[in-house]
Ligand binder design. Structure first.
Ligand code: FAD
Length: 446
């Protein structure tokens, strides 16, 4: 390992975001980078713990202490080799992973100064691209064919893993370009789409066939493949069926987010189909990643104001986002978007949408209390009767996605990602992709 006592002298240093007034004028990535020397110093803070909780907490089992050490010693190629042995696309997770590893770092638990694992990961993969360590591989074909349905992070990992093992992989997606929510959900200011395109070029050169703009009926899978992997995500957003839902100006979050990403990619939309917050009082209902992305996008579009409401209570000081429900669900993340201009409110349930001339003008909300369960289980919500109206001429519903019911599949059909687990995280979808690829390989190898 590098320097066992470095953490005593070197504080955690994040690269930070671009200044608010600069970044809200564009959709470019908000996160900055450190210079090489500072990055190596940050890597030196890793203590190479005997029991690496960071590794345990990582759904794909990244070997963080090993690549921190290589990075500290300036062995960038070695660092990339270890990193890419567990992570297919560190350029995605290095940018947008909530970094469960950092929440479990001993330096987080002991002094709230975890190693900057995620940023170090991004630095390693960017160096690997820059220095040409990432080369196109040409696998020897084994004569078997696999169809992967859905080109989000789960499908991309399945395709990558099986392609490298010699399977001929065809990747189908109903969208016009691969990436799933990486491309048509997560805003450019968190993940620039060039980062996806750069990787897709490599996957295509390595032999993966991309069939984009093709919607597959999973009950009638295309013929001619030895196995299939369904990675179709969670396409149905949770709705809010309260009076007034039919009013104009109420949208699912992805209507706005996907459209904005498409506009940035050069597409145009008729004026009456635009979901744009310019000059509007925006109310975002829901406090997770999707809600945060709606805030950042609304601010950039020029919203007059943005308010975000959440039905759950504000988390206590010292709250650890890694703590699972029932204590505190991971919907309270503060992202770069919150400091860009947003009022956050907690413990508010929505009773009805109010409107005039068919258009939404506000939402009647009611304060709720959460009564802890005696057995430490899920708390119970109790409305208090304290009601008020929050004015809004645009409402964005960001309350999560429904877990899809999957049909009973034949033996050669596998599932991965959000389609299997319900809505989750990129890193979990990627972990599911690796697991499914290993299962498909084991099935086809017999
Ligand atoms: P998806 O990414 O949903 O991909 C599924 C793909 O399947 C899509 O491309 C879709 O077009 C395709 N498809 C569906 N049905 C068919 C069909 N019948 N035929 C052909 N193709 C089909 N996670 C993080 O870790 N960090 C974040 O910052 C983060 N931010 C998020 C922001 C938003 C707005 C949202 C909505 C989610 C966010 N997430 C984040 C969650 C993360 O994006 C998902 O967990 C992850 O993308 C799931 O990957 P997946 O491959 O399972 O599904």
């Amino acid at each position: 390992m590098g320097d066992p006592k470095a953490f005593l002298n070197i504080p955690r240093q994040e690269a930070g975001y671009r200044p608010v007034n600069e970044r809200i004028a564009d959709y470019s990535q908000v996160e900055q980078t450190l210079n090489t020397n500072s990055r190596k110093l940050q890597a030196s803070r890793c203590m190479d713990c005997g029991v690496p909780f960071c590794h345990w907490a990582c759904p794909i089992g990244n070997k963080q202490p090993e690549w921190q050490d290589a990075l500290y010693r300036g062995k960038w190629k070695e660092a990339y080799e270890v990193l890419s042995s567990t992570c297919d696309f560190p350029e995605f997770t290095g940018r947008i992973c909530p970094a469960l590893c950092e929440k479990s770092c001993v330096l987080k638990l002991s002094c709230d100064q975890p190693v900057t694992i995620r940023e170090n990961e991004a630095a390693i993969v960017e160096a690997a691209f820059r220095e040409g360590y990432i080369q196109v591989k040409t696998p020897r074909r084994n004569g078997k064919k696999v169809a992967v349905i859905g080109a989000g992070p789960a499908g991309l990992v399945v395709a990558n893993q099986l392609n490298l093992k010699g399977y001929s992989v065809t990747l189908f997606d109903k969208d016009e370009a691969p990436g799933g929510l990486l491309r048509f959900g997560i805003p450019n200011f968190k993940l620039d789409k060039n980062v996806i395109d750069r990787r897709m070029k490599i996957l295509a050169a390595e032999g993966i066939q991309f069939e984009m703009g093709v919607e597959i009926d999973v009950n009638h899978l295309p013929e001619g493949f030895d196995a299939y992997c369904i990675c179709t995500g969670t396409p149905t957003a949770r709705d809010l069926s309260i009076p007034g839902r039919e009013l104009k100006g109420i949208h699912f979050a992805l209507e706005m987010l996907a459209q904005q990403n498409r506009i940035l990619a050069g597409q145009t939309f008729p004026k009456d189909k635009l979901v744009n917050a310019k000059g509007k009082k925006v109310l975002v209902i829901g406090g997770g990643d999707t809600g945060s992305d709606c805030i950042g996008t609304s601010v950039r579009q020029g919203a007059a104001s943005v308010t975000q409401i959440e039905i759950m209570p504000k988390p206590p000081v010292g709250y650890n986002p890694a703590t699972p429900w029932p204590q505190w669900p991971a919907v309270f993340k503060t992202t770069s978007s919150h400091e860009e201009g947003c009022t956050r409110r907690w413990c508010l349930a929505s009773n009805q949408f109010l409107g005039k001339n068919g258009k939404v003008t506000g939402v009647e909300v009611e304060e709720v209390e959460w009564i802890p369960a005696a057995d430490g289980g899920r708390p119970t919500m109790k409305p208090t009767g304290k009601k008020e109206v929050i004015e809004a001429d645009m409402v964005l519903l960001a309350m999560g996605f429904l877990k899809p019911e999957q049909p009973k599949f034949a033996k050669n059909v596998f599932l991965a990602g959000d389609a299997e687990t319900g809505a989750s995280l990129v890193v979990r979808a990627m972990a599911g992709g690796r697991k499914a690829a290993a299962e498909i390989d084991a099935y086809l190898i017999q």
